[in-house]
Write a protein that binds this ligand. Structure first.
Ligand code: HEM
Length: 387
Protein backbone atom coordinates (compact mmCIF):
# COMPACT_ATOMS: atom_id res chain seq x y z
CA UNK A 1 0.00 0.00 0.00
CA UNK A 2 1.55 3.29 -1.03
CA UNK A 3 1.42 6.41 1.07
CA UNK A 4 -0.88 7.95 -1.50
CA UNK A 5 -3.34 5.13 -0.99
CA UNK A 6 -2.93 5.43 2.73
CA UNK A 7 -3.62 9.08 2.46
CA UNK A 8 -6.75 8.45 0.45
CA UNK A 9 -8.15 5.87 2.85
CA UNK A 10 -7.03 7.39 6.05
CA UNK A 11 -7.78 10.99 5.44
CA UNK A 12 -11.41 10.07 4.76
CA UNK A 13 -11.62 7.81 7.77
CA UNK A 14 -9.62 9.70 10.27
CA UNK A 15 -9.99 13.37 9.69
CA UNK A 16 -11.02 14.57 13.08
CA UNK A 17 -12.50 17.57 11.32
CA UNK A 18 -16.04 16.66 10.34
CA UNK A 19 -17.56 18.31 7.30
CA UNK A 20 -19.55 21.39 8.11
CA UNK A 21 -23.26 21.07 7.34
CA UNK A 22 -25.12 23.69 5.48
CA UNK A 23 -28.45 24.59 6.95
CA UNK A 24 -30.62 27.66 6.94
CA UNK A 25 -31.46 27.63 10.62
CA UNK A 26 -28.11 28.41 12.17
CA UNK A 27 -27.58 28.82 15.87
CA UNK A 28 -25.37 31.64 17.03
CA UNK A 29 -21.84 30.15 17.01
CA UNK A 30 -20.89 32.50 19.85
CA UNK A 31 -23.22 30.61 22.18
CA UNK A 32 -20.58 27.94 22.62
CA UNK A 33 -20.81 25.75 25.67
CA UNK A 34 -17.38 25.13 27.16
CA UNK A 35 -17.21 21.38 27.64
CA UNK A 36 -13.82 21.75 29.29
CA UNK A 37 -15.43 23.25 32.40
CA UNK A 38 -16.91 19.84 33.31
CA UNK A 39 -14.76 18.17 35.96
CA UNK A 40 -14.48 14.44 36.57
CA UNK A 41 -12.92 12.50 39.43
CA UNK A 42 -10.56 9.79 38.26
CA UNK A 43 -10.62 6.61 40.40
CA UNK A 44 -7.37 5.60 42.09
CA UNK A 45 -5.06 3.49 39.96
CA UNK A 46 -5.10 -0.28 40.40
CA UNK A 47 -4.35 -3.51 38.50
CA UNK A 48 -1.15 -2.10 36.89
CA UNK A 49 -2.76 1.12 35.70
CA UNK A 50 -0.66 4.23 35.15
CA UNK A 51 -2.02 7.80 35.26
CA UNK A 52 0.41 10.69 35.61
CA UNK A 53 0.23 14.49 35.55
CA UNK A 54 1.29 14.28 31.88
CA UNK A 55 -1.79 12.12 31.19
CA UNK A 56 -3.98 14.70 32.94
CA UNK A 57 -2.51 17.47 30.76
CA UNK A 58 -2.87 15.34 27.62
CA UNK A 59 -6.47 14.53 28.48
CA UNK A 60 -7.25 18.24 28.92
CA UNK A 61 -5.60 18.90 25.56
CA UNK A 62 -7.55 16.14 23.79
CA UNK A 63 -10.83 17.45 25.17
CA UNK A 64 -10.04 21.01 24.05
CA UNK A 65 -9.21 19.85 20.52
CA UNK A 66 -12.39 17.71 20.28
CA UNK A 67 -14.45 20.60 21.60
CA UNK A 68 -12.99 23.01 19.09
CA UNK A 69 -13.49 20.52 16.26
CA UNK A 70 -17.11 19.99 17.23
CA UNK A 71 -17.80 23.73 17.39
CA UNK A 72 -16.29 24.12 13.92
CA UNK A 73 -18.10 21.16 12.37
CA UNK A 74 -21.45 22.12 13.94
CA UNK A 75 -20.95 25.62 12.63
CA UNK A 76 -24.20 26.94 14.11
CA UNK A 77 -26.35 24.06 12.80
CA UNK A 78 -29.45 23.25 14.85
CA UNK A 79 -28.11 19.88 15.97
CA UNK A 80 -24.68 19.16 17.43
CA UNK A 81 -23.91 15.51 16.71
CA UNK A 82 -21.45 13.17 18.41
CA UNK A 83 -17.80 13.89 17.66
CA UNK A 84 -17.16 10.20 17.01
CA UNK A 85 -19.69 7.66 15.71
CA UNK A 86 -22.18 10.42 14.75
CA UNK A 87 -24.01 8.39 12.10
CA UNK A 88 -26.28 5.72 13.51
CA UNK A 89 -27.95 2.95 11.56
CA UNK A 90 -30.50 2.76 14.35
CA UNK A 91 -31.23 1.86 17.94
CA UNK A 92 -32.80 -1.53 18.59
CA UNK A 93 -34.59 -3.12 21.52
CA UNK A 94 -32.77 -6.10 22.97
CA UNK A 95 -32.47 -8.39 25.95
CA UNK A 96 -29.22 -9.73 27.39
CA UNK A 97 -29.11 -13.01 29.29
CA UNK A 98 -26.08 -13.59 31.49
CA UNK A 99 -24.43 -16.91 32.24
CA UNK A 100 -20.90 -16.33 33.50
CA UNK A 101 -20.42 -19.86 34.83
CA UNK A 102 -17.42 -20.20 32.46
CA UNK A 103 -15.60 -17.60 34.59
CA UNK A 104 -14.08 -18.27 38.00
CA UNK A 105 -16.15 -17.32 41.07
CA UNK A 106 -14.15 -14.15 41.78
CA UNK A 107 -14.90 -12.88 38.26
CA UNK A 108 -18.63 -13.40 38.59
CA UNK A 109 -19.28 -9.87 39.80
CA UNK A 110 -21.44 -6.94 38.76
CA UNK A 111 -24.02 -7.84 36.13
CA UNK A 112 -22.36 -11.27 35.94
CA UNK A 113 -22.76 -12.03 39.64
CA UNK A 114 -24.86 -14.99 40.75
CA UNK A 115 -27.20 -12.66 42.64
CA UNK A 116 -27.70 -10.18 39.75
CA UNK A 117 -30.73 -10.50 37.47
CA UNK A 118 -30.17 -13.19 34.85
CA UNK A 119 -31.72 -11.05 32.14
CA UNK A 120 -31.58 -7.32 31.36
CA UNK A 121 -33.56 -5.22 28.93
CA UNK A 122 -31.26 -3.19 26.72
CA UNK A 123 -30.98 -0.63 23.93
CA UNK A 124 -28.28 -1.10 21.30
CA UNK A 125 -27.04 1.65 18.98
CA UNK A 126 -25.25 0.64 15.75
CA UNK A 127 -23.06 3.30 14.15
CA UNK A 128 -20.28 4.29 11.77
CA UNK A 129 -17.18 5.71 13.45
CA UNK A 130 -16.17 8.47 11.08
CA UNK A 131 -16.68 12.01 12.39
CA UNK A 132 -18.20 12.86 9.00
CA UNK A 133 -21.81 11.68 9.36
CA UNK A 134 -22.46 12.41 5.69
CA UNK A 135 -20.27 9.54 4.46
CA UNK A 136 -21.96 6.72 2.55
CA UNK A 137 -22.28 3.41 4.39
CA UNK A 138 -20.46 1.59 1.58
CA UNK A 139 -17.27 3.57 2.33
CA UNK A 140 -14.69 1.91 4.54
CA UNK A 141 -15.18 2.82 8.18
CA UNK A 142 -15.07 1.60 11.76
CA UNK A 143 -18.43 0.19 12.93
CA UNK A 144 -19.75 0.61 16.46
CA UNK A 145 -22.13 -1.35 18.64
CA UNK A 146 -23.05 0.38 21.91
CA UNK A 147 -25.07 -1.69 24.39
CA UNK A 148 -26.98 -0.17 27.29
CA UNK A 149 -28.28 -2.55 29.97
CA UNK A 150 -31.05 -0.76 31.83
CA UNK A 151 -32.03 -0.63 35.50
CA UNK A 152 -28.68 -1.76 36.87
CA UNK A 153 -28.67 -1.12 40.59
CA UNK A 154 -25.44 0.44 41.84
CA UNK A 155 -24.28 1.84 38.51
CA UNK A 156 -23.28 5.50 38.32
CA UNK A 157 -26.01 6.25 35.79
CA UNK A 158 -28.47 3.40 36.39
CA UNK A 159 -27.17 1.68 33.26
CA UNK A 160 -24.30 -0.63 32.37
CA UNK A 161 -22.94 0.31 28.94
CA UNK A 162 -20.58 -1.74 26.77
CA UNK A 163 -19.00 0.15 23.85
CA UNK A 164 -17.70 -2.13 21.13
CA UNK A 165 -16.26 -1.74 17.64
CA UNK A 166 -15.19 -4.05 14.83
CA UNK A 167 -11.51 -4.14 15.79
CA UNK A 168 -9.81 -6.22 18.46
CA UNK A 169 -7.41 -3.41 19.28
CA UNK A 170 -7.50 0.39 19.44
CA UNK A 171 -5.34 2.43 17.07
CA UNK A 172 -3.65 4.60 19.73
CA UNK A 173 -1.54 3.33 22.62
CA UNK A 174 -1.64 6.17 25.18
CA UNK A 175 -2.66 9.74 25.89
CA UNK A 176 0.54 11.27 24.49
CA UNK A 177 0.19 9.40 21.21
CA UNK A 178 -3.45 10.53 21.00
CA UNK A 179 -2.38 14.18 21.28
CA UNK A 180 0.34 13.63 18.65
CA UNK A 181 -2.17 11.93 16.38
CA UNK A 182 -4.72 14.73 16.71
CA UNK A 183 -2.07 17.32 15.92
CA UNK A 184 -0.93 15.22 12.96
CA UNK A 185 -4.43 15.20 11.48
CA UNK A 186 -4.13 18.97 11.02
CA UNK A 187 -1.97 18.39 7.91
CA UNK A 188 -1.92 15.64 5.31
CA UNK A 189 1.86 15.35 5.38
CA UNK A 190 2.07 15.22 9.14
CA UNK A 191 -0.68 12.57 9.15
CA UNK A 192 1.25 10.50 6.64
CA UNK A 193 4.40 10.86 8.70
CA UNK A 194 2.54 9.80 11.85
CA UNK A 195 1.17 6.72 10.11
CA UNK A 196 4.52 5.89 8.56
CA UNK A 197 6.10 5.88 12.01
CA UNK A 198 3.26 4.15 13.89
CA UNK A 199 2.83 0.70 12.37
CA UNK A 200 0.19 -0.57 14.80
CA UNK A 201 -1.97 2.50 14.28
CA UNK A 202 -1.75 2.02 10.52
CA UNK A 203 -2.57 -1.68 10.70
CA UNK A 204 -5.55 -1.31 13.02
CA UNK A 205 -7.04 1.43 10.87
CA UNK A 206 -6.52 -0.35 7.58
CA UNK A 207 -7.96 -3.61 8.91
CA UNK A 208 -11.15 -2.01 10.27
CA UNK A 209 -11.44 0.25 7.23
CA UNK A 210 -11.06 -2.65 4.82
CA UNK A 211 -13.74 -4.82 6.42
CA UNK A 212 -16.71 -5.32 4.12
CA UNK A 213 -19.82 -4.78 6.21
CA UNK A 214 -23.16 -5.71 4.64
CA UNK A 215 -25.34 -5.63 7.74
CA UNK A 216 -24.64 -4.22 11.24
CA UNK A 217 -26.17 -7.43 12.65
CA UNK A 218 -23.56 -9.54 10.83
CA UNK A 219 -20.36 -8.15 12.41
CA UNK A 220 -18.19 -9.23 15.36
CA UNK A 221 -17.49 -6.38 17.76
CA UNK A 222 -14.80 -5.87 20.46
CA UNK A 223 -14.20 -3.54 23.41
CA UNK A 224 -10.52 -3.12 22.36
CA UNK A 225 -9.76 -1.49 25.71
CA UNK A 226 -9.68 -3.39 29.03
CA UNK A 227 -12.13 -3.44 31.92
CA UNK A 228 -12.02 -4.51 35.54
CA UNK A 229 -13.96 -7.64 36.45
CA UNK A 230 -13.58 -8.23 40.17
CA UNK A 231 -9.82 -8.43 40.68
CA UNK A 232 -9.14 -9.42 37.04
CA UNK A 233 -8.72 -7.51 33.76
CA UNK A 234 -10.89 -8.42 30.76
CA UNK A 235 -11.81 -7.36 27.25
CA UNK A 236 -15.28 -7.99 25.83
CA UNK A 237 -16.63 -9.13 22.50
CA UNK A 238 -20.08 -9.59 20.92
CA UNK A 239 -20.10 -12.04 18.01
CA UNK A 240 -22.95 -12.24 15.56
CA UNK A 241 -24.85 -15.54 15.67
CA UNK A 242 -25.01 -15.43 11.87
CA UNK A 243 -22.22 -17.73 10.58
CA UNK A 244 -19.57 -16.12 8.34
CA UNK A 245 -20.82 -17.78 5.15
CA UNK A 246 -24.40 -16.54 5.72
CA UNK A 247 -23.55 -12.90 6.40
CA UNK A 248 -24.87 -10.23 4.05
CA UNK A 249 -22.41 -8.72 1.62
CA UNK A 250 -22.52 -5.14 0.36
CA UNK A 251 -25.26 -4.88 -2.30
CA UNK A 252 -24.33 -4.16 -5.93
CA UNK A 253 -25.72 -0.64 -5.90
CA UNK A 254 -25.76 0.28 -2.23
CA UNK A 255 -27.89 3.22 -1.23
CA UNK A 256 -26.25 5.95 0.84
CA UNK A 257 -27.70 4.58 4.11
CA UNK A 258 -28.02 0.93 3.17
CA UNK A 259 -26.84 -0.27 6.60
CA UNK A 260 -29.75 1.58 8.20
CA UNK A 261 -32.14 -0.09 5.71
CA UNK A 262 -30.59 -3.53 6.26
CA UNK A 263 -30.83 -3.19 10.04
CA UNK A 264 -34.47 -2.08 10.01
CA UNK A 265 -35.61 -4.52 7.31
CA UNK A 266 -33.82 -7.56 8.74
CA UNK A 267 -35.52 -7.00 12.10
CA UNK A 268 -38.93 -6.55 10.48
CA UNK A 269 -38.61 -10.13 9.24
CA UNK A 270 -36.78 -12.00 11.99
CA UNK A 271 -34.91 -11.76 15.27
CA UNK A 272 -31.13 -11.55 15.49
CA UNK A 273 -28.60 -12.43 18.15
CA UNK A 274 -25.02 -12.06 19.35
CA UNK A 275 -23.03 -14.17 21.80
CA UNK A 276 -21.25 -12.13 24.44
CA UNK A 277 -17.71 -13.06 25.53
CA UNK A 278 -15.00 -12.03 28.00
CA UNK A 279 -11.26 -12.56 27.52
CA UNK A 280 -9.34 -12.57 30.81
CA UNK A 281 -5.79 -11.22 30.97
CA UNK A 282 -3.57 -14.05 32.25
CA UNK A 283 -0.22 -12.36 31.63
CA UNK A 284 0.20 -8.69 32.63
CA UNK A 285 3.06 -8.19 30.15
CA UNK A 286 1.56 -9.85 27.07
CA UNK A 287 -2.01 -8.77 27.84
CA UNK A 288 -1.41 -5.33 29.33
CA UNK A 289 -3.82 -2.88 30.92
CA UNK A 290 -2.03 0.04 29.33
CA UNK A 291 -1.53 0.07 25.53
CA UNK A 292 -4.78 -1.05 23.86
CA UNK A 293 -2.96 -1.38 20.51
CA UNK A 294 -1.85 -4.82 21.78
CA UNK A 295 -4.20 -7.55 20.65
CA UNK A 296 -4.44 -10.17 23.39
CA UNK A 297 -3.37 -13.60 22.25
CA UNK A 298 -6.37 -15.95 22.17
CA UNK A 299 -4.15 -19.00 22.44
CA UNK A 300 -3.00 -17.71 25.85
CA UNK A 301 -6.52 -16.89 26.95
CA UNK A 302 -9.51 -17.72 24.76
CA UNK A 303 -12.71 -15.68 24.88
CA UNK A 304 -15.26 -17.35 27.17
CA UNK A 305 -18.98 -17.09 26.52
CA UNK A 306 -20.77 -15.18 29.28
CA UNK A 307 -24.07 -14.19 27.74
CA UNK A 308 -26.47 -14.01 24.82
CA UNK A 309 -27.87 -10.83 23.30
CA UNK A 310 -31.26 -11.30 21.65
CA UNK A 311 -32.66 -8.64 19.35
CA UNK A 312 -36.30 -9.58 18.80
CA UNK A 313 -38.19 -9.04 15.59
CA UNK A 314 -39.36 -5.43 15.69
CA UNK A 315 -40.66 -2.50 13.72
CA UNK A 316 -39.86 1.08 14.65
CA UNK A 317 -36.10 1.09 14.07
CA UNK A 318 -36.51 3.38 11.06
CA UNK A 319 -39.16 5.71 12.44
CA UNK A 320 -38.16 9.37 12.71
CA UNK A 321 -38.98 9.31 16.45
CA UNK A 322 -36.76 6.33 17.24
CA UNK A 323 -33.90 7.71 15.13
CA UNK A 324 -34.17 10.94 17.16
CA UNK A 325 -34.23 8.96 20.41
CA UNK A 326 -31.05 7.23 19.22
CA UNK A 327 -29.43 10.60 18.53
CA UNK A 328 -30.24 11.82 22.01
CA UNK A 329 -29.03 8.85 24.06
CA UNK A 330 -25.60 8.83 25.70
CA UNK A 331 -23.53 5.67 25.63
CA UNK A 332 -20.45 5.86 27.80
CA UNK A 333 -18.11 3.11 29.08
CA UNK A 334 -18.16 4.91 32.45
CA UNK A 335 -21.89 4.26 32.82
CA UNK A 336 -20.88 1.29 34.89
CA UNK A 337 -20.84 -0.65 38.12
CA UNK A 338 -17.58 0.15 39.96
CA UNK A 339 -16.48 -3.50 39.97
CA UNK A 340 -16.62 -3.49 36.14
CA UNK A 341 -15.10 -0.07 35.50
CA UNK A 342 -12.94 0.75 32.47
CA UNK A 343 -9.17 0.46 33.01
CA UNK A 344 -6.11 2.21 31.60
CA UNK A 345 -5.16 5.72 30.50
CA UNK A 346 -7.09 5.67 27.21
CA UNK A 347 -10.26 4.78 29.11
CA UNK A 348 -9.49 7.51 31.66
CA UNK A 349 -9.26 10.03 28.81
CA UNK A 350 -12.66 8.74 27.72
CA UNK A 351 -14.05 9.44 31.21
CA UNK A 352 -13.30 13.13 30.77
CA UNK A 353 -14.16 13.34 27.06
CA UNK A 354 -17.49 11.44 26.98
CA UNK A 355 -18.77 13.17 30.13
CA UNK A 356 -17.98 16.61 28.75
CA UNK A 357 -18.90 16.08 25.11
CA UNK A 358 -22.21 14.37 25.81
CA UNK A 359 -23.16 17.23 28.13
CA UNK A 360 -22.01 19.79 25.57
CA UNK A 361 -24.11 18.37 22.75
CA UNK A 362 -27.17 17.88 24.93
CA UNK A 363 -26.91 21.47 26.22
CA UNK A 364 -26.46 22.78 22.69
CA UNK A 365 -29.42 20.72 21.44
CA UNK A 366 -31.56 21.74 24.47
CA UNK A 367 -32.27 18.06 25.21
CA UNK A 368 -31.99 16.61 28.74
CA UNK A 369 -29.51 13.80 29.43
CA UNK A 370 -31.85 10.98 30.42
CA UNK A 371 -31.10 7.28 30.76
CA UNK A 372 -33.92 5.08 29.42
CA UNK A 373 -35.51 2.65 31.85
CA UNK A 374 -37.73 0.68 29.50
CA UNK A 375 -38.08 -0.52 25.92
CA UNK A 376 -40.74 2.11 25.19
CA UNK A 377 -38.60 4.79 23.62
CA UNK A 378 -41.11 7.52 23.04
CA UNK A 379 -43.42 7.41 26.03
CA UNK A 380 -42.89 8.37 29.65
CA UNK A 381 -39.63 9.98 30.78
CA UNK A 382 -37.82 9.54 27.48
CA UNK A 383 -40.61 10.93 25.27
CA UNK A 384 -38.70 14.21 25.16
CA UNK A 385 -35.75 12.43 23.48
CA UNK A 386 -37.92 11.56 20.46
CA UNK A 387 -38.79 15.12 19.50
C1 HEM B 1 -9.21 8.29 23.95
C2 HEM B 1 -9.92 7.50 23.17
C3 HEM B 1 -11.30 7.85 22.70
C4 HEM B 1 -11.90 9.06 22.55
C5 HEM B 1 -11.31 10.44 22.82
C6 HEM B 1 -13.25 8.81 22.07
C7 HEM B 1 -14.19 9.79 21.81
C8 HEM B 1 -15.54 9.56 21.58
C9 HEM B 1 -16.58 10.56 21.61
C10 HEM B 1 -16.35 12.05 21.85
C11 HEM B 1 -17.76 9.94 21.36
C12 HEM B 1 -19.14 10.59 21.32
C13 HEM B 1 -19.70 10.64 22.75
C14 HEM B 1 -20.99 11.41 22.87
O1 HEM B 1 -21.13 12.50 22.30
O2 HEM B 1 -21.91 10.93 23.57
C15 HEM B 1 -17.47 8.55 21.16
C16 HEM B 1 -18.39 7.59 20.88
C17 HEM B 1 -18.09 6.26 20.69
N1 HEM B 1 -16.86 5.65 20.88
FE1 HEM B 1 -15.17 6.55 21.43
N2 HEM B 1 -13.43 7.47 21.91
C18 HEM B 1 -12.26 6.84 22.30
C19 HEM B 1 -12.00 5.50 22.32
C20 HEM B 1 -12.91 4.54 21.93
C21 HEM B 1 -12.65 3.12 21.97
C22 HEM B 1 -11.38 2.44 22.47
C23 HEM B 1 -13.77 2.51 21.51
C24 HEM B 1 -13.88 1.02 21.39
C25 HEM B 1 -14.96 0.32 21.40
C26 HEM B 1 -14.75 3.55 21.19
C27 HEM B 1 -16.03 3.35 20.69
C28 HEM B 1 -17.00 4.32 20.61
C29 HEM B 1 -18.37 4.03 20.21
C30 HEM B 1 -18.96 2.69 19.80
C31 HEM B 1 -19.05 5.26 20.27
C32 HEM B 1 -20.51 5.51 19.93
C33 HEM B 1 -21.33 5.45 21.20
C34 HEM B 1 -22.80 5.66 20.87
O3 HEM B 1 -23.36 4.83 20.14
O4 HEM B 1 -23.36 6.66 21.36
N3 HEM B 1 -14.18 4.76 21.46
N4 HEM B 1 -16.11 8.33 21.31
Amino acid sequence: MTFINNKFFLATFLMVTALACTNDTKKNPDNRIPASTVTVVQPKTELNESWTQDDVNNSNGILSIIEETLDKSTNGDPVMKRDAHPKHHGCVQASVEMDASALSNDQQVGVFSKTAPKKYEAWIRFSNGNPNFKKADADGDVRGMAIKLMNVTGSTSGSQDFLLMNSKSFFIKDSKEYVDFMKATEGNLSLLWFLATHGRTRNVILAAQGMKVGNPLHVDYFSATPYKLGNKVVKYSARSCTPSDKRDSIPKNPSHNFLHERLANTLKESEACFDFYAQVSVDARKMPVEDPTVEWDESLSPYKKIGRITIPKQTGVDTAEQMKFCENLSFDPWHTLPEQRPLGAINRVRLQVYTAISKKRHDYNSVPQIEPKSLSACTGDTEVLCK
